[in-house]
Design a protein around this ligand. Structure first.
Ligand SMILES: Nc1nc2c(ncn2[C@@H]2O[C@H](COP(=O)(O)OP(=O)(O)O)[C@@H](O)[C@H]2O)c(=O)[nH]1
Ligand SMILES: [Mg+2]
Ligand SMILES: [Zn+2]
Length: 349
């Protein structure tokens, strides 16, 4: 069922979701800020309750991780996993050392989500990624094509290349699911892992991961962490655990974690993978559906004859004629329409 969206905004930023006025809001704006010319550049690997783990001196022999907090001067500016940041203070990485993030560099991409479509609050999951690995188990839990479609829409919207990762092929065959995505031309990898990581053909997977930053998303329990552990064996994370117990009590891991793939091959190519906690839903409140058509270059020229603000799913849409004239495969148009409709539908099945 279509919902009216009179005040849709397409350029949400995490900064925008803070609606409560800051108590410091009346501070004069003329205050000059320190320039921090001595700041180091870092990559935010993960976030845990206001503490940012950052990699500094990346790619050098001095590369190491440090812990930082947001400097007060950053104000409301959000810092997310994948951000490139300027850091000052104690960069030793020693136990107890705490540096300060003073600046966030411009982001090449942002992957966002809302809790659901009616929720105006959204979060940036990861910044600066190139690829979205949509991880789906072939069984246990059952595949949810609607969630896959939603992830695809989010990927196209964010300008990330989608990669379909179908896990647990030891439990069920991939064919019927692959049929749904064949017309979309989404690249895919099928894995059968469980405890037998070693038997996996991880090379097929690595070929897609080399030289880029890939975010793994998918429902809890589909095998994201298992796969990431197989790819990055020296940084094993707890499999099947969402909750961790810390000194401050039990809490749910909510942050993504970035890991570097071990270099391989003659050139020592590597890449980055980002493991995320399970998503139960993938709200698309912030998505500009007009951008989705860009992922369909075979259909996009056909929209020239469309009425203004065409939904591409109405009687006057020019795409039906475009397909009838043989310019594109009807299955492509069907898939486009399925994706365009995902935001208007519940995703429970
Ligand atoms: N049968 C089977 N089980 C798997 C496979 N991959 C992961 N699992 C199991 O699925 C459960 C959830 O895995 P986990 O990696 O924690 O999922 P995540 O929540 O997506 O990170 C664990 O018990 C894994 O051992 C697979 O390919 N086949
Ligand atoms: Mg996990
Ligand atoms: Zn149209």
């Amino acid at each position: 069922m279509a919902k009216a969206r009179s005040t849709r905004r397409t350029d949400f930023d995490e900064d925008d979701v803070r609606v409560r006025p800051s108590r410091r809001g009346s501070r004069p704006r003329t205050r000059t800020r320190p320039k921090h010319e001595d700041a180091e550049t870092g990559r935010v690997l993960t976030i845990d309750r206001g503490r940012y783990t950052c990699l500094v001196d990346e790619g050098t022999r001095r590369e190491h991780e440090i812990t930082a907090m947001k400097a007060r001067e950053l104000g409301r500016k959000g810092v997310v996993v994948g951000d490139r940041v300027a850091i000052v203070g104690d960069l030793s990485g020693d136990k107890g050392a705490l540096a300060r993030i003073v600046r966030v560099e411009d982001r090449d991409s942002v992957l966002r989500r809302t809790a659901d479509d009616d929720d105006p609050y959204e979060r940036i999951i990861v910044a600066n990624a190139d690829q979205l690995a949509i991880v789906t188990a072939l069984a246990d839990p059952e595949p949810r094509p609607r969630l896959i479609d939603r992830c695809l829409v989010a990927a196209y919207d964010a300008g990330l290349e989608p990669l379909l990762v179908l896990t647990k092929a030891d439990l069920a065959p991939p064919e019927s699911l692959l049929e749904l995505y064949g017309p979309l031309g989404v690249p895919y990898v099928v894995t059968r892992g469980g405890d037998a990581y070693d038997d996996w053909d991880l090379d097929a997977m690595r070929a897609y991961l080399d030289d880029r930053t890939t975010v793994f998303v998918g429902h809890s329990g589909v095998g994201k962490t298992t796969l990431v552990n197989a790819l990055v064996p020296d940084r094993k994370r707890a499999v099947g655990h969402v909750n961790v117990v810390t000194g401050r009590g039990r809490h749910t891991t909510t942050s993504a974690l970035t890991l570097r793939l071990p270099p391989h091959g003659e050139d020592g190519v590597s890449g980055w993978v980002v493991d995320t906690p399970g998503v139960r839903s993938f709200g698309l409140n912030h998505i500009d559906l007009g951008r989705i058509i860009h992922a369909f270059p075979d259909l996009e020229p056909g929209t020239e004859g469309c009425p203004r603000a065409c939904s591409h799913d109405e009687p006057d849409c020019a795409l039906d004629a475009w397909v009838e004239e043989g310019h594109a495969d009807p299955a492509r148009l069907y898939s486009l329409r399925r994706l365009l409709a995902t935001r208007e539908q519940a995703e429970g099945d």
